[in-house]
Design a protein around this ligand. Structure first.
Ligand SMILES: Cc1cc2nc3c(=O)[nH]c(=O)nc-3n(C[C@H](O)[C@H](O)[C@H](O)COP(=O)(O)OP(=O)(O)OC[C@H]3O[C@@H](n4cnc5c(N)ncnc54)[C@H](O)[C@@H]3O)c2cc1C
Length: 425
């Protein structure tokens, strides 16, 4: 199998389309550009394509093979990729499809691994200039890249930002801002604070550990299932009352349904080593110098357990627990600093590009939720090409990153976005 070249000398100075991120959506976009005869480069910060998925490679997807590849990808693989109801792990998806796509002759010479886009601007134009006009398109995009041979500049007519969100986790403190002490612990980076499912999977042995688990989404549920069977003590902190762990009636995705069911059991007290703290968030944490443990102050708005003194009051109250490790899987949002100098309009609620976010909000209202993340993600459809436009002509955010804080994104939506963007460039 050919590996993608990563030599900076092969990287051109100019290209038509710069695709940032060789995850599944970036790879599909690269195939689309190759088919359309558009010169492109595909830049991947990781050591190999689909490094984001590789970092959680042991996790089984809940969508089946039949939903995880685009038609374009299947054709590039000569229809040899599985097309069944079985759900692959992240590693299987990479080994049996994504890596082979990255190695195909149309892609490999143009795919540069270990090459990170650090910033994207317009050649000679600041953010506040030519506000919302097409004249911005007269200047090329100017990208600063970190390559194995140092920093480089690349010029491009169009940029497809498919960088995902895996590397930029949210804070877990009360109200979404860092808990007091959280930033310091994150900076220390000594393994006591785990912020991505990839980091979580790297820990092989949880025996003897007292763990604070924060979050309620699929990643947190996956962690809960592992920890319940291996850690000494687990304090599972959920902002809500655990409603989103409720099984979806007639769920067509058995993997997802099984995960919900198992996680739900731990939430409901199936294992005595797991204590669920519903309607609770983290106020502050304090690192204890003597043994490296962390004392966490929790803030709960649930009904206080009845005692002789309070009679079971329903008010906010605080409690503390001391743990060795914190596993905070509270979602992530893409790197918005990348396009700081561009006129990309973000949604004030989700942080995703405005038009798409507004369309998703409308979709959520039509289907009964307050925004699209409240509906079953399987109900999602592409919102149409025009929703991918931002005031910055030629800059498109695709894939997981395009959904901002909305967690309903699915691979098949990203592939539809690639079809949509083809009609715009
Ligand atoms: C644990 C987990 C399970 C999931 N299960 C499913 C599922 O079952 N079905 C489903 O449809 N979806 C699932 N998703 C959601 C989503 O489909 C995946 O996150 C998917 O990986 C998104 O693809 P992407 O190409 O948008 O982003 P990514 O796969 O994150 O790819 C982005 C790539 O860009 C690279 N990159 C990042 N920053 C830069 C930069 N500055 N410069 C260059 N490269 C950069 C990264 O290394 C990465 O390889 C899951 C997500 C997670 C985390």
């Amino acid at each position: 199998m050919t590996t993608a070249p990563s030599l900076a000398k092969l990287l051109p100075e100019h290209t038509d389309v710069a695709i940032l991120g060789a995850g599944p959506i970036g790879l599909d976009a690269a195939l689309a550009m190759a088919e359309a005869g558009r010169p492109f480069v595909l830049l991947e910060s990781g050591a190999r394509p689909a490094a984001g998925i590789r970092s959680w490679g042991a996790v089984r997807l809940f969508t089946p093979w039949s939903m995880n590849l685009s038609q374009r990808m299947r054709e590039a693989l000569d229809h040899k990729a599985p097309d069944t109801d079985a759900c692959p792990t992240g590693d299987e998806l990479c080994d049996q499809a994504l890596n082979r796509i990255a190695s195909c002759p149309a892609i490999a010479p143009r795919c540069f691994t270990e090459t990170r886009a650090l910033a994207v601007g317009r050649d000679g134009l600041l953010k506040r200039e030519e506000i919302g006009t097409e004249r911005r398109a007269e200047r090329l995009f100017r990208l600063l890249l970190q390559t194995p041979n140092g920093e480089r500049v690349l010029y491009a007519t169009t940029v497809l930002d498919c960088t995902g969100s895996h590397h930029t986790p949210n804070w877990f403190g009360h109200g979404g801002i860092p808990a007091a002490g959280e930033r310091l612990l994150a900076e220390q980076d000594d393994g006591r604070l785990i912020r991505t499912i990839g980091q979580f999977l790297e820990v092989r042995d949880w025996q003897g550990q007292r763990v604070l688990l924060v979050g309620a989404g699929h990643s947190a549920q996956t962690a809960a299932v592992t920890l319940a069977g291996s850690a000494d003590r687990v304090h599972w902190v959920l902002r809500g009352n655990g409603e989103n762990l409720a099984a979806i009636e007639g769920d067509p995705l058995p993997e997802r349904s099984a995960l919900h069911l198992r996680a739900r059991q731990f939430l409901d007290g199936a294992n005595t080593n797991v204590t669920a703290h519903r309607n609770t968030s983290v106020e502050s944490l304090h690192s204890n110098n003597d043994d490296g443990s962390i004392t966490v102050r929790l803030r709960s708005s649930a009904a206080r357990p009845a005692s002789a003194h309070n009679g079971g009051a329903h008010s906010e109250y605080a409690q503390e627990c001391t743990v060795n490790r914190i596993v905070a899987l509270v979602g992530s949002i893409g790197d918005q600093q990348l396009y700081r100098e561009l006129q990309v309009q973000e949604c004030y609620a989700t942080g995703g590009p405005m038009r798409l976010a507004a369309a998703l909000l409308g979709e959520g209202e039509r289907t009964g939720g307050d925004h699209a993340s409240n509906t079953d993600c399987l109900a999602q459809v592409s919102q149409g090409p025009e929703t991918l436009l931002t005031p910055e002509p030629g800059y498109f955010i695709l894939g997981n990153k395009s959904y901002g804080r909305n967690n309903a994104f699915l691979l098949r939506i990203g592939y539809q976005q690639v079809d949509d963007v083809l009609t715009l460039i």
